[in-house]
Design a protein around this ligand. Structure first.
Ligand SMILES: *Cc1c(COP(=O)(O)O)cnc(C)c1O
Length: 846
């Protein structure tokens, strides 16, 4: 029974008193659960009928899903404990992956695959007359992220568990995840994603690990034994309640932890109000605390500066650090000598950077270390990953807001900055311009904290997420810092997990590859190289093509269901799915589609390659031009799809509510992957990697990880176009799109169609902002500059696709060359260069 207890001013506030201090026989020696179909089905039936109280005549689909999930979760929990026992026994070093986003998607299929019970479970369900696919479809995606950054965190957790690395993910349990996107009259509508409404069988609440997080108040200083100490007082506190999500490794007995924090009110009443007789008001006033973890901010690649967002960031950082330090003190007492050797905090972008001053605060104010001791620990344990060069995404917090909300942390940041600037002054005497450039505090009308600089100054390691991106960081954004500490900077090219993105989502390809080269590729993706020689065998190519055709049929079915548009599986499936952003240039894609339509209308259709173009992605709710691009896609699609002249030649569809579970169907069924960002703007991309693994060919610019994808695949197996990052910078100053349009017959006709209102006859003027963007000499994305190169590359694609034998060859060679882009490789790189963790096998389940 839970009993609220309060320890004045301390971390534990609302908890179950611990009564167990030695192993309880009946619990310690439980026999292992069966992994055969019968055991799982028996448990499933018991959960369904007894735990959930369901009727034999009524199979409520969600309850069927929940029962199956609980049966599998039991098996995860066994391995979870044995993993933690092994970590504790080894007293191993650990890494904590701090991220405001974990875009996990669905857990059921992943658990089945990684526990190695996928085949028996599917069969057993069939015997009960149940279809796995239908059951799995009941699960709400855990959409606790915006896009690539959040999905990267999810892939990393899978790889860490598969590599048996002691890594804990720390994040926020948003009540509402990424909004659901509906399309109404071609326009994006946002609907709240209340993903927890029907319950979540994949989390376990841990009220006994609740911690207290402070906001507001002020700093008080006091003397003890001749030393000055600080204390953060008069704060308004909330509690952070952890919910643990099991992260299974691939068939290795390891289950790691993702710990998600949920905010709740403390059990303390405002006594003055309470005594004044306003009992109900005093209770009601407490609901503000829950706001902190209510909703994910839906901005990708742009900061929004809202105070609630800063609350979320600090809430995550403080709760996670207190959790880690409490575990440390339980074992080591107040001896922090070895702390830096045993712990590492990896910051996923600057979002959790409050962890830097918070760790300093906890070490100094609560554990009484002096500044130098605390700084030695902090600066050796924190590592920072940068995810973007876009200036609008760089987080800055007004000093005034920050000081009001987190006064003690602001003191510490000022002190970090003062000491840092003293070092700069010593290294470059008299160079005040450099000091101003590098200061963590940006002076001006409103002084602001540059969170990226705070992260760089305080970290042992700073990395970008693809070779080009890491290089550009050193060249521009962090140039001064690179001069000061060149050895801090390094690259970790992103990756994605082949378990979810191949083995689970593409069972046909999984079978074919495994029959051909064995199953070792699932945990050593470089083995896909062994597929290359098979590209020359006609029979293998036929099998490869049959798999792709089946996957295209599955994708076409989903497009029919969600877009009401019929895709012909004989056509080239040309796909661009990702967040809608100007730098990603969905607009360039649409201009190409309009160009193809124009050719059809001109009768220029000799040797035509039929094409079905799919575009999908969410726009940030306040990003007007991105929303306008969605409307344009839908308007152009309507005209083309309803025109008999385009029948059998060209289709365009906008896929609504793009999310992880949709991508699991989309990437296996794609022929052509669109990776067409303005060079120098996409840090890495990871969608590009998922497509490549599944045998799509890429049309792309020399941006992010595209460069490395092309290197691996070979230039003859990649459709390259566009300006390089250097050429982009050189072009900007005297960019003249009007001249480009005037000189290019095709582009001129496309712009004329747009300007004539051909796609918006009854909504005049709605696309003016888009027309203006393309024709403006200040267009940062240089859409017109890359049009010709893009159209020509697409023409090569069309020609290549007509030679199906050679296309299939190139498809096989892409998959064969995709080994580098496993997140296992990425994580091994992080571990080799930054974390230095040992691989620790879990205790076996008897
Ligand atoms: C992989 C993925 C992304 C990232 O895609 P990019 O093309 O790299 O921007 C975004 N959202 C979802 C749902 C994904 O699965």
């Amino acid at each position: 029974m839970r009993q609220p207890i309060t320890r004045q001013g301390e971390t534990i506030i609302h908890t179950v008193p611990l009564i167990i201090s030695k192993p309880v026989p009946g619990i310690a020696d439980l026999p292992a659960l069966g992994m055969d179909a019968n055991s799982i089905v028996n448990d499933f039936i018991r959960y369904f009928s007894h735990t959930l109280g369901q009727d034999k005549m009524c199979l409520a689909a969600y309850q069927v899903y929940t029962s199956l999930s609980m049966s599998l979760r039991d098996r995860l929990v066994e391995r979870w404990k044995n993993t933690q026992y092994a970590y504790e026994e080894q007293n191993c070093k650990r890494t904590y992956y701090l991220s405001l986003e974990f875009l996990m998607g669905r857990a059921l299929g992943n658990a089945m695959l990684n526990l190695d019970v996928d085949k028996p479970t599917e069969e057993a369900l069939r015997n009960l007359g149940l279809m796995l696919e239908e059951i799995a479809d009941q699960e709400h995606d855990a959409g606790l992220g915006n896009g690539g950054l959040g999905r990267l965190a999810a892939c990393f957790l899978d790889s860490c568990a598969t590599l048996q690395l002691p890594v804990v993910g720390y994040g926020i349990r948003y009540e509402y995840g990424m909004f659901r996107q509906k399309i109404d009259n071609g326009r994006q509508m946002e609907e709240p994603d209340h993903w927890l409404r029907d319950g979540n069988p994949w989390e376990i609440e841990r009220p006994e690990h609740t911690v207290r997080v402070k906001f507001g108040g002020c700093t008080r200083y006091y003397h003890r034994d001749g030393r000055l100490y600080a204390r953060w007082t008069d704060s308004q506190d909330v509690v952070a309640v952890p919910y643990d999500v099991p992260i299974p490794g691939y068939r290795n007995g390891t289950v790691n932890t993702l710990r998600l924090w949920s905010a709740a009110a403390t059990d303390e009443f405002d006594l003055s109000e309470f005594n004044a007789g306003s009992y109900t008001e005093a209770v009601a006033a407490k609901n503000g605390a829950e706001n902190i973890t209510m909703v994910l901010y839906p901005n990708d690649a742009s900061e929004n500066g809202k105070e609630l967002r800063l609350r979320q960031q600090y809430f995550l950082a403080s709760a996670s650090l207190q959790d880690v330090l409490r575990n440390w003190v339980n074992i080591h007492g107040s001896n922090f000598e070895n702390f830096a050797e045993k712990n590492c905090f990896q910051l996923n972008d600057t979002h959790p950077t409050c962890a830097v001053p918070e760790l300093m605060r906890l070490l100094m104010d609560k554990h009484f270390l002096d500044w130098d001791q605390a700084w030695a620990i902090t600066s050796r344990t924190v590592a920072y990953t940068n995810h973007t060069l876009l200036p609008e995404a760089l987080e800055r917090w007004p000093v005034s807001m920050f000081g009001r909300l987190l006064p003690r942390l602001l003191d510490i940041i000022h002190e970090i900055n003062a000491r840092f600037l003293a070092d700069v002054a010593q290294r470059w005497p008299g160079d005040t311009a450099r000091q101003r450039r590098m200061s963590i505090i940006e002076e001006g009308d409103e002084a602001q904290i540059r969170m990226a600089y705070l992260a760089v100054v305080s970290s042992a390691s700073v990395n970008g997420v693809a070779e080009l991106h890491s290089h550009l960081l050193q060249l521009h954004l962090f140039h001064d810092f690179y001069e000061m500490w060149p050895s801090k900077f390094n690259n970790k090219t992103n990756g994605v997990t082949p378990r979810r993105w191949m083995a689970w989502s593409n069972p046909g390809l999984n079978d074919l590859i495994t029959r051909t080269i064995g199953d070792g590729w699932v945990t050593d993706l470089t083995r896909l190289r062994k597929l290359a020689p098979h590209a020359d065998k006609a029979k293998f190519r036929a099998e490869w093509r049959a798999v792709k055709q089946a996957n295209k049929a599955r994708l076409a079915e989903m497009v029919q269901r969600d877009c009401s548009i019929a895709f012909d599986t004989e056509a080239l499936f040309d796909v661009q799915v990702k967040r809608i952003h100007e730098y990603k240039r969905q607009l360039l894609n649409v201009l190409h589609v309009i160009h193809l339509y124009d050719r059809i209308k001109r009768g220029d259709t000799a040797d035509w390659t039929p094409r079905c173009v799919l575009i999908g992605g969410k726009a940030a709710p306040g990003y007007m031009i991105a929303k306008c691009i969605i409307k344009l896609v839908n308007s152009v699609a309507k005209v083309i799809n309803e025109d008999p002249a385009a029948q059998g030649l060209l289709k365009l569809a906008f896929f609504p509510d793009y999310r992880v579970s949709a991508m699991e169907v989309i990437c296996p069924g794609t022929d052509l992957s669109e990776q067409i960002s303005t060079a120098g703007k996409e840090a890495s991309g990871t969608g590009n990697m998922k497509f490549m693994m599944n045998g799509a060919l890429t049309i792309g610019t020399l941006d992010g990880a595209n460069i490395e994808i092309r290197e691996e695949a070979g230039e003859e197996n990649f459709f390259l176009f566009g300006l390089t990052a250097e050429e982009v910078d050189a072009t900007r100053p005297n960019y003249n799109p009007a001249a480009i349009i005037a000189a290019d017959e095709d582009l001129r006709r496309v712009m004329q169609l747009l300007e004539s209102g051909h796609f918006n006859l009854f909504e005049p003027g709605i696309f003016d902002p888009i027309i203006h963007a393309v024709t403006s000499p200040h267009d940062p994305w240089l859409t017109a500059a890359d049009f010709r190169g893009y159209i020509d590359a697409q023409q090569q694609v069309a020609r290549a696709y007509r030679d199906q034998e050679n296309w299939t060859r190139m498809s096989i060679l892409n998959t064969a060359a995709s080994g580098k882009f496993s997140s296992d490789r990425t994580i091994l790189d992080y571990n080799r260069d930054i974390w230095h963790l040992s691989q620790v096998p879990a205790w076996p389940v008897k």
